[in-house]
Ligand binder design. Structure first.
Ligand SMILES: Cc1cc2nc3c(=O)[nH]c(=O)nc-3n(C[C@H](O)[C@H](O)[C@H](O)COP(=O)(O)O)c2cc1C
Length: 174
């Protein structure tokens, strides 16, 4: 928290892997760590959350129309969690066709601090493009939560979020 009591914003960009159904736990933990979390979902993740009755994300899940005023607070930190195989690969390639990817791409280009928590099974994690793209993101300064290896049996909810929280810098510090 700043000297004025204003919490720095963490932009949490969630993609469509099962831990997204527990995203509220991550948001609560990020808040408890002194940050103000703002959730953005990929279109697929937004659909899952909507079906599950999860946090309301529809207002930020799509690209704005030209002239539509999309008011987003500037983040001090961006957290991509959970990050799918699809999102990691498209982000590393600079694909920019959703709001979530656009914000990830801008964060990378602006060299904002970024933490990413991939949630990818072992078969997909063995894909050579994925390994190359993870290395590319790391080289560009993205901190990969956990060790970036696949989650045995799927790591859902709090266990996965513990790795993310462990990567957060001190709010107000860099
Ligand atoms: C039940 C279910 C579970 C899935 N689990 C994962 C997962 O853990 N990791 C992953 O990378 N993709 C997973 N997928 C596939 C992604 O949801 C899919 O690739 C989707 O297009 C990702 O879109 P997004 O990255 O834009 O959110 C799963 C799909 C389904 C239906």
């Amino acid at each position: 928290m700043s000297a004025h009591g204003i919490r720095p914003v963490v932009r949490v960009i969630a993609s469509a892997a099962p831990p997204v159904l527990h995203i509220q736990t991550l948001l609560d933990q990020v808040q408890a760590a002194g940050w103000s979390p703002h959730l953005i979902a990929t279109p697929t993740a937004a659909t899952w959350l909507h079906a599950d009755g999860g946090p309301v994300v529809s207002w930020v899940s799509r690209m704005p129309m030209p002239g539509e005023d999309l008011v987003l607070s500037d983040p001090a930190l961006v957290v991509a969690a959970p990050a799918t195989f699809n999102t990691i690969n498209r982000w590393a390639a600079g694909v920019n066709d959703t709001l979530a990817l656009g914000l990830l791409n801008e964060a990378l280009g602006a060299r904002l601090p970024i933490v990413a928590a991939p949630h990818v099974n072992s078969a997909l994690a063995g894909h050579p493009a994925y390994q190359r793209n993870l290395a590319l993101l790391r080289q560009a300064g993205v901190r990969i939560a956990g060790d970036g290896t696949p989650c045995p049996g799927g790591c859902h909810g709090a266990a996965h979020w513990t790795d993310v929280i462990a990567c957060l810098p001190e709010p107000g510090g860099r």
